[in-house]
Every structure is written in structure tokens, then in C-alpha cells.
Design a protein around this ligand. Sequence first.
Ligand code: NAI
Length: 333
Amino acid sequence: MRVAVYSSRPHDERYLSRANQAAGHELVFLEARLRPETVKLADGFDAVCAFVNDDLGAPVLEALNDLGISHIALRSAGFNHVDLAAAARLGFTVARVPAYSPHAVAEHTVAMMLALNRQIHKAYTRVRDGNFALDGLLGFDLFGRNVGIIGTGKIGERVAIIMSGFGCRILAYDPYPNPACVELGVEYVELLTLFGQSDIVTLHTPLTPETHHLIDGDSISMMKEGVMIVNTSRGALVDTQAVIDGLKSRKIGYLGLDVYEEEGDLFFENLSDRIITDDVFSRLLTFPNVIITGHQAFFTAEAITAIAETTMLNLTAFETGVASGNELDLGGD
Ligand code: NAI
């Protein structure tokens, strides 16, 4: 199968090429993000392979359809960037990588919690500057603290296990409680209780119309003074202006983001010689109690090996017509 691999970076090329040795697809690596302006690069291909910030809205899907393409392999678990109704209407088959390493994302989440709490980002620069003063670096014991996990699927479950190891009390909200979490002693509670009791709130739900801006002014107002919020899931779960207001009023004591609502124009690029024109993002960067990473929670060798292998499986399934089981249910016949 001839595949246009959009948003390709050197590691994609390396790991996908290695996984493709057995599968034998013809992969063409394109640095460009998939969007209306770049869709024509897919002319002559059988399938496109897309990442999290590629645009798979209706206009792009229609243009792909016009090029005779009906297969999309996502190199991600999340599929909130696909217009599912348009994909169904146009007869697309869209496959994703449902699980590659929940450990990778969960461990990065906990890395953010630890770094924020013990202010590792400040300590790192201070010590290099010969400043060994401890003022401003006071942390808190995680032992005995309440951690509120919203979404206890594969990643949320791993976060629950790790934080239980620190001796935290784990509260969770999920419409579908996870039996493994119940067995671990996780207490499922209503969202209001979770917001009211948690010292740390961490998000592990997909982005859907129901979860869009789950963290907004109202939910922040219900939280403890000085709460820590961590989002390694999808940017639009959080209303960015509301968290800026919460940081300014000191209601939010710590904020860790691996994802950002408008990350599409920023993340995965080296923009160090450019002017960042997103003033909301720039404001976030000014807070000393905010740590932002550029959508790297998934980025471990194990995870990208698994992404590459499952993507090859999905492409071979497109070619042979035998479902891999990773296809999205588009609600068609
Ligand atoms: P999963 O599908 O195993 O779990 C998601 C959980 O969220 C399910 O238990 C589901 O019942 C729950 N959920 C759905 N709607 C909810 C709601 N309204 N309120 C509370 N819970 C709700 O997904 P997994 O693998 O744990 O991934 C979670 C998310 O993490 C993905 O959707 C993706 O957006 C994000 N992610 C981020 C990565 C990164 O590099 N930063 C990498 C991989 C995933």
C-alpha cells in the first residue's frame, strides 16, 4: 500500500521504517501537517497516516475522497481531530492505535506532579546559577494527599497505581468505573466531590463534546485553594483563560500541561527563532508554578515502537480487507 505519512519527524521515519520491514508498504514521509493546503500531496497514494495535530475535518476528508483515498491510519489513540460524521458519510475506514503505552503517559503525568510540587524546574536553574537558597522551593508530602483522577481507562488506571504507591488516597470520576481500580481501593465519587476534595486533579478522559472545557471557571471555583491541575490528555479539556484567572487569583497553586487547546500551531516544531503570537500561551509561560511540555507524554521508545507496529498492522488490514480490530466505529452499516 502507498502511504503518505503526514507530520513526519525523524523518529517517525526511523520507527515506522523499521516496523515496515516485514509489512512492505511504500511509505513516503512528509514533514507537512495535513490540512486543506497540503492535502494535494496525497495525490496518487492509497492511504494517509496522520498524527494528533493533523486536520481531518470535513473539507480535508472531502479533498482526500476526491483523490480516491478512503483509508486513514492514525498514529494516535485519540481521534477527536477526525470529523467522524463526514468520515462515515464519505465511506472512510479510519484505524487508530488504541493502546501503545499507558505507562509512558502515566509516568510523564507523575513526573509533572513531582516536578511541580518540588519545583525541580526552578531548582535546576538556581543551582546552575550558584544559588543554593531554599526560599520558594517548599513542597508537600504526597503521602496522604487526595489525588482526583478524571477518566480511569488505561492511562488513568496506571496513574492510580503509581499514586497509590506514594500512599495517596485516590478519588476518581468515570461514567464506567474500572474494576481494577475498584480493587486497588480507588473511591469513585461524583465530579463535585472530586473537585472539592482533591489536592491534585489529573485528566485522563478523551476529548468529546461532554468533556470539552471540563475544567472551566465553575469547576475551578469548586476546587481546594492551591490545587494542582495536570492535563496530559487533550488541550481543550481545559478552558485556558479560566486557568490563567485561577493562577492569578492563586486558587490554582500548580499547573502542568502536556497539551494545549491551540497547540496545533506550536507543538512539534522548533520555533525558537520565531515570535510566539499566541498571547494566551505566552501568558501561561510567565507563571513560575506552571510547567508545560510539548505533547511529549507518549514519547518513549516503547510507545513509539508500539505505535509503529500497530500502524503497520492497520495498513495491512486496509490492504487485505481483514479488519485489525482497531478501526473506529463510524456508525455506518
Ligand atoms: P481509555 O479509552 O482507556 O480511557 C478513557 C476513560 O475516560 C474511559 O474509562 C472512559 O470511560 C472515560 N471517560 C469518557 N468520558 C468521560 C467523562 N465525561 N468523564 C470522565 N471519564 C470519562 O483512554 P486512555 O488510553 O486512558 O487515554 C486517555 C486519553 O489520553 C486519550 O483520549 C488521549 O486524549 C490522551 N492521550 C494523551 C497522550 C499524550 O501524549 N499526551 C498520549 C495518549 C493518549
